[in-house]
Design a protein around this ligand. Structure first.
Ligand code: CAA
Length: 380
């Protein structure tokens, strides 16, 4: 077992770290307040090669793996977890919907490069008002009409929804077969009949734009169908396995970012003429949190390595997502607590990180769904 990162992985980590400090840290508090996505920074991340890390070069990627991608998502999320999720949804969930589907080479070359080069965002349309944890309960339909399909339905909680150039839409082509009748279409958002619905006003990840995406007689050519009739659900599930590695990396980054801020604060902050880091209770709690962060990190790197070495990563991704996001919540709560009144104030960053951490336990499969995936496999 090798615990060392390669020279190339260390270089990517350093690139993402520098990018986060230079492009994401300035204005992160103001963007959180205003709910603004840093699109220019996204384009820069694309130019640096971060967005397409785990895809082959001929489709606009870098020909590397999920390990490199997880390192990059971890670094950006230490500073701006909103950017982390918009990035992860674009790369894992939009990109994965094409990559894990039946897409032909021609379709991959049409739908991947622009997004993987960071020229535009992608989004993932699976969730509906009555199909959350029960993802197979979608009712959006795509009815064949000559050489086209007509899509009708509403996707909600769509990350990047208002800004994405392309959305992967899971829709029933054979409604009578329920989840076994799902296909997946890539819809250019400039197509007539698709529009952004309600834009959500959220507790956290406020710079990431989340909305409804509404389809009203949206006509798309059959060449937009990437997962064939009946293959949509499995494509979505495989894609979510990838996405959970991204969310785990986001959670780990949030935990590490908040831990570092609290640690530095505790060394400086004096009470009773003593830095609070010297008191045994905070020191022991920080020791415990550092161990949990390290354990979560190895679970994430294991899942990414499983992905990159062609092993099954369904279980390791679910475990990493559960652990990293729970650690993110625990660490950020303690960071706020140890920093007291200051921790509760916006300029110290950790209150934002605590708000951002909460959603990581909910999206891309709640942590209870991760327990269901792991528990189900234990007793299958
Ligand atoms: N890979 C490949 N195939 C899979 C699979 C996987 N990971 N998981 C299940 N399947 C297959 C099964 O083998 C089965 O195939 P057969 O019919 O051939 O036997 C089929 O799919 C159905 O499987 P299940 O019976 O297990 O399906 P289910 O309806 O019971 O659902 C579930 C399982 C795990 C609960 C699933 O619905 C799920 O993951 N729910 C959570 C949904 C989710 O994560 N939503 C996130 C939305 S996206 C989001 O949050 C993004 C954002 O914007 C940030």
């Amino acid at each position: 077992m090798n615990f060392e990162l390669t020279e190339q992985q260390l270089a990517i980590q350093e690139t993402a770290r520098k990018f986060a400090q230079e492009e994401l840290l300035p204005g992160v508090i103001e963007r959180d307040e205003a709910g603004e996505f840093p699109m220019e920074a996204f384009h820069k991340a694309g130019k640096l090669g971060l967005i397409g890390l785990p895809y082959p070069k001929e489709y606009g990627g870098q020909g590397l793996g999920y390990m490199e991608y997880a390192l990059a998502v971890e670094e950006v999320s230490k500073v701006d977890a909103s950017f982390g999720i918009s990035y992860s949804v674009t790369t894992s969930l939009y990109g994965g919907s094409v990559w894990n589907s039946d897409a032909t080479d021609e379709q991959k070359k049409k739908f991947l490069p622009e997004v993987l080069k960071g020229e535009c965002l992608g989004s993932f349309g699976l969730t509906e008002p009555n199909a959350g944890s029960d993802a197979g309960g979608c009712i959006t339909t795509a009815v064949k009409d000559g050489d086209d399909y007509i899509i009708n339905g509403l996707k909600c909680f769509n990350t990047n929804g208002p800004l994405a150039r392309y959305t992967a839409v899971y829709a029933l082509t054979e409604p009578e077969k329920k989840s076994k009748g799902l296909a997946c279409f890539i819809v250019d958002r400039n197509t007539p009949g698709v529009r952004t619905g309600k834009i959500e006003n959220k507790m956290g990840i406020r710079c990431a734009q989340v909305s409804e995406v509404i389809f009203e007689n949206c006509r798309v050519p059959a060449s937009c169908k990437v997962a064939m009739d009946g293959n949509g659900f499995k494509t979505a599930m495989k894609t979510l396995d990838c996405g959970r590695i991204g969310v785990a990396a986001q959670g780990l980054g949030i935990a590490e970012g908040a831990f570092e801020i609290a640690k530095n604060y505790m060394k400086e902050r004096q009470q009773f003429n003593t830095p609070i880091a010297k008191f045994q209770y905070p020191q022991f709690k920080m020791a415990e949190l550092s161990m949990k962060i390290e354990a979560a990190k190895y679970m994430l790197y294991k899942a990414a390595t499983d992905h990159d070495t062609g092993k099954s990563y369904n279980q390791s991704a679910a475990k990493a997502k559960f652990m990293c996001t729970n650690v993110a919540m625990e660490v950020t709560e303690w960071a706020v607590q140890f920093m007291g009144g200051n921790g509760y104030m916006k300029e110290y960053h950790v209150e934002r990180m605590m708000r951002d951490a909460k959603i990581t336990q909910i999206y891309e499969g709640t942590n209870e769904i991760q327990q269901l995936i792991v528990g189900g496999a234990l007793f299958r």
